[in-house]
Write a protein that binds this ligand. Structure first.
Ligand SMILES: *[C@@H]1O[C@H](CO)[C@@H](O)[C@H](O)[C@H]1NC(C)=O
Ligand SMILES: *[C@@H]1O[C@H](CO)[C@@H](O)[C@H](O)[C@H]1NC(C)=O
Ligand SMILES: *[C@@H]1O[C@H](CO)[C@@H](O)[C@H](O)[C@H]1NC(C)=O
Ligand SMILES: *[C@@H]1O[C@H](CO)[C@@H](O)[C@H](O)[C@H]1NC(C)=O
Ligand SMILES: *[C@@H]1O[C@H](CO)[C@@H](O)[C@H](O)[C@H]1NC(C)=O
Ligand SMILES: *[C@@H]1O[C@H](CO)[C@@H](O)[C@H](O)[C@H]1NC(C)=O
Ligand SMILES: *[C@@H]1O[C@H](CO)[C@@H](O)[C@H](O)[C@H]1NC(C)=O
Ligand SMILES: *[C@@H]1O[C@H](CO)[C@@H](O)[C@H](O)[C@H]1NC(C)=O
Ligand SMILES: *[C@@H]1O[C@H](CO)[C@@H](O)[C@H](O)[C@H]1NC(C)=O
Ligand SMILES: *[C@@H]1O[C@H](CO)[C@@H](O)[C@H](O)[C@H]1NC(C)=O
Ligand SMILES: *[C@@H]1O[C@H](CO)[C@@H](O)[C@H](O)[C@H]1NC(C)=O
Ligand SMILES: *[C@@H]1O[C@H](CO)[C@@H](O)[C@H](O)[C@H]1NC(C)=O
Length: 691
């Protein structure tokens, strides 16, 4: 019974299901893909909005098409539309009634179009969108006036992207109707002035002003802002208004500017991340020492800020000027001019977890007086002028969380003896390019002073990565790494003494055979070494060591990166080549005198698609007669070995004939011009001759 009445319904439904597909303009060639209520029609050479999509479409993506005008009725069929993307078209206008039936539209993405052309009409169409929340107008060649017009009456807008336009200056009219605005992206414009532009946007909490031409940010008083990005401008001054309110700021990016002073931050804030890299920041506290420079004034006044600000008076060393940095967790001061920290500066940041000071001018670091926070996790003081680090054992117990320590590129000669062994979480230490030795085992017991010319990391069981590049190390005692489980050991560019190599260096490295993954031995004068026990090794650098052949013990390793540059290898045995080829991802081979007639290994590497031979076009080889070729262009005819005479023999025959011929020529020549012989002999001998 049931089956009887179901059948006619199914039959009736069938045509309904089948017919609409070819009938509506959504035929087989339709460029759109439907996923639930989303229609994706990107990159389809469309010049108008397709009309045959389902009535209930909520999201319509039309990016990368050729739509020039969004016509009045084109969205009529999609009353449920809430998201429309038209980025990367050549859109010049949205007709004024384009959205008259799109009452639910919330997100409109119009990046990379030409909306500067008919912006007035476009602004009327936007006015119909009473629920618009997100609007992307980036890369549309809009100037100040165009943007202000387009944004009129958009009172519901929460997210606005105006990046990559031609905005020059902002004032109180720019965003006056955007009362709900939360996030604003203004990066990559040509702005040089902001004058009270955000007073109508009390909810704004993310503001990006990166890559503009702002010369300063003074009287900063946006207490509601959480993230401020003003990187890549020309800012010399960041001065916040002296307010009692708590600023909501958590992240400030002032990197790549021209700051001379640490920014004058709000007195009360929740600031956690402060990016100040690549400025000219110094601390001027040392000028306060009136015994040294009694006539220096304590304040400097800066004029000439023109209309951008009132005159600025700065006290050189009033440390309260730094504002509230008590919540700071991340401080990036890379690439500045810091010579020392003002007294108590570090202490003011009890939550500091990462401090990046790479490329500054620090000369000493007194860990005892600075009083770093116990949550310090990463400390990078590489590329400074540190000649000493001072610490007593009591202080060091506070560094329980220190995990990454980078002291490379300094002038360190000593390290406080207890330094490493007192850091229970230490995982990675970079001491490269300092003049440091590794302590011989009995030396440290003899010495009692607090600073030692050698370093010792016994008992630092947490240590995994140790970088000792270019430290002028000659001797490594056999027990140097005995109790460690290093995964990374970098010893490149050290003149290890050749006798010590067999005596102790080999042994010390071998003791890491179960854990080591990265071993750097470039330019260390190493000779034969047995790598076969390093089953976990993935990276090996043995460049610049005058090695005449590749160590056969590499056969069983699972190497991914191998650097063999600048050795004296003439070939790679095919057994090794085959084994390496199947595993290696990157190999460096330049600077070896490979033999052009023994290049089977090269063909193996070349045909293995997974290998990247770095500098492939510069790998050279030599024929037995010492002419250098690019290995890629080797002509095997020059190396005939089976039966046919090699070119080598032809040359051997040819050379004496040429030589005799040249000899005869010279004799004839000289007989005809005897004077010239005398002259040339005189010149060669450089002896004053008396006539
Ligand atoms: C904004 O609204 C006002 C008042 O409703 C109206 O006069 C004005 O024309 C609108 N602006 C635009 C660009 O439509
Ligand atoms: C704003 O648009 C630019 C360019 O279209 C894009 O790179 C940027 O990520 C957008 N900003 C945000 C916050 O989405
Ligand atoms: C600030 O903006 C620049 C440019 O978009 C970006 O590279 C940088 O990561 C941003 N900074 C932060 C802290 O997000
Ligand atoms: C700042 O706030 C504190 C506590 O709310 C108040 O005692 C003090 O008078 C205020 N100072 C100023 C300058 O408003
Ligand atoms: C902010 O800090 C400065 C420097 O300590 C101080 O002179 C000023 O009175 C403080 N302002 C407020 C409102 O507390
Ligand atoms: C400081 O100023 C006084 C008076 O102007 C002058 O006599 C003295 O030489 C100055 N000292 C220095 C170090 O310039
Ligand atoms: C800045 O200082 C100069 C010199 O004292 C003065 O002429 C000028 O009026 C000051 N400008 C402002 C805005 O205070
Ligand atoms: C390091 O700081 C401590 C504590 O302030 C001080 O006692 C010690 O003299 C300082 N050491 C040096 C060499 O300045
Ligand atoms: C140590 O540092 C890590 C990374 O910053 C952090 O997650 C952790 O909470 C810190 N631990 C302590 C005890 O401060
Ligand atoms: C230490 O700093 C130097 C210079 O800034 C950098 O090149 C090196 O990669 C850093 N070391 C580690 C282990 O990150
Ligand atoms: C590998 O390391 C272990 C533990 O350090 C050591 O006992 C063994 O002798 C090493 N093997 C070689 C060949 O040195
Ligand atoms: C290997 O060591 C040499 C010498 O220090 C260095 O120049 C080269 O960059 C290193 N190779 C790799 C891949 O890191």
């Amino acid at each position: 019974m049931q089956g009887h009445w179901i059948t006619p319904i199914v039959l009736c439904l069938l045509p309904v299901w089948i017919i609409p597909i070819p009938v509506s303009s959504f035929p087989q060639y339709s460029p759109c893909q439907l996923v639930k209520t989303t229609a994706v029609c990107n990159n389809a050479k469309l010049s108008s909005v397709p009309s045959g999509l389902p009535y209930n479409t909520e999201e319509l993506q039309l990016n990368y098409n050729h739509i020039q005008t969004l016509q009045a009725n084109s969205l009529l069929h999609y009353p449920s539309l809430s998201t429309l993307s038209l980025a990367y078209n050549s859109l010049e206008k949205l007709e004024s009634n384009a959205f008259q039936d799109s009452k639910l539209l919330e997100n409109l993405y119009l990046a990379n179009n030409n909306l500067h052309i008919s912006y007035v009409e476009t602004s009327h169409s936007l006015n119909q969108l009473s629920h618009l929340k997100a609007l992307d107008l980036s890369e549309n060649k809009l100037n100040d006036e165009m943007a202000a017009t387009l944004l009129q009456n958009l009172t519901s807008l929460e997210y606005l992207n105006l990046s990559g336009n031609l905005l020059m200056r902002l004032d109180e009219t720019s965003f006056k109707d955007l009362h709900q605005l939360k996030e604003l992206d203004l990066q990559r414009n040509i702005m040089f002035e902001i004058d009270d532009a955000f007073s109508s946007n009390p909810k704004l909490h993310r503001l990006n002003l990166a890559f503009n031409y702002l010369p300063c940010l003074v009287d900063f008083h946006m207490t509601q802002l959480v993230v401020l990005n003003t990187s890549h401008n020309f800012i010399e001054w960041f001065i916040s208004r002296d307010l009692n309110d708590t600023f909501q700021l958590e992240t400030v990016d002032l990197s790549h500017n021209n700051l001379l002073f640490f920014p004058f931050l709000p007195n009360h804030s929740h600031l956690r991340n402060l990016y100040l890299s690549h400025n000219n920041i110094r601390f001027y506290e040392q000028f306060a020492d009136n015994n040294m420079s009694p006539n220096l004034t304590k304040t400097i006044e800066f004029y000439n800020l023109k209309r951008h600000a009132a005159n600025v008076t700065v006290k050189l060393w009033d440390d309260s000027l730094h504002g509230d940095i008590s919540s700071l967790e991340f401080l990036d001061l890379r690439g500045n001019q810091v010579e020392n920290f003002p007294q108590g500066f570090i202490q003011k940041m009890p939550s500091l977890s990462r401090l990046q000071m790479c490329t500054n001018c620090l000369e000493t670091l007194n860990l005892t007086s600075e009083q770093f926070s116990s949550s310090l996790y990463e400390l990078d003081i590489s590329n400074n002028r540190l000649s000493q680090i001072i610490a007593d054992e009591g202080t060091l117990t506070a560094f329980g969380n220190l995990t990454y320590l980078n002291l490379s590129l300094n002038d360190l000669k000593g390290i406080p003896l207890p330094l490493f062994s007192s850091l229970p979480s230490l995982r990675s230490v970079d001491l490269s390019y300092n003049n440091i030795d590794i302590c011989l085992s009995d030396e440290d017991e003899v010495r009692t002073d607090t600073s030692s010319a050698c370093v010792n990391w016994k008992n630092v069981v947490s240590l995994r990565e140790l970088y000792l590049k270019g430290c002028n190390i000659k001797i490594i005692p056999s027990s140097a790494f005995a109790e460690l489980s290093l995964t990374h050991l970098e010893l490149s560019d050290n003149p290890l003494c050749i006798d010590c190599w067999t005596l102790s260096v080999q042994q010390s490295i071998q003791s890491l055979n179960r854990t080591l993954q990265h071993l750097g031995l470039g330019n260390t004068r190493i000779q034969d070494f047995d790598y076969s026990h390093f089953k976990r090794l993935k990276f090996l650098n043995i460049s610049a060591n005058s090695l005449a052949h590749l160590p056969p013990s590499l056969l069983d390793l699972d190497l991914k990166v191998l650097d063999l540059r600048d050795n004296r290898m003439s070939t790679i045995p095919s057994v090794l080549a085959n084994a390496l080829a199947s595993r290696l991802h990157i190999v460096f081979l330049t600077g070896n005198p490979f033999n052009c007639c023994q290049t089977d290994w090269f063909k193996t590497f070349e045909t293995t698609k997974t290998i990247n031979m770095v500098g492939l076009s510069e790998i050279k080889c030599e024929y037995p007669v010492q002419r250098t070729h690019l290995l890629q262009n080797v002509e095997s005819s020059l190396c005939q070995q089976d039966g046919g005479e090699s070119i080598f023999w032809y040359i051997l025959l040819f050379v004496p004939i040429c030589l005799s011929f040249v000899g005869i020529l010279i004799t004839v020549f000289l007989t005809l011009k005897p004077k010239m012989l005398q002259n040339s002999i005189k010149k060669r001998c450089l002896k004053p001759t008396s006539y």
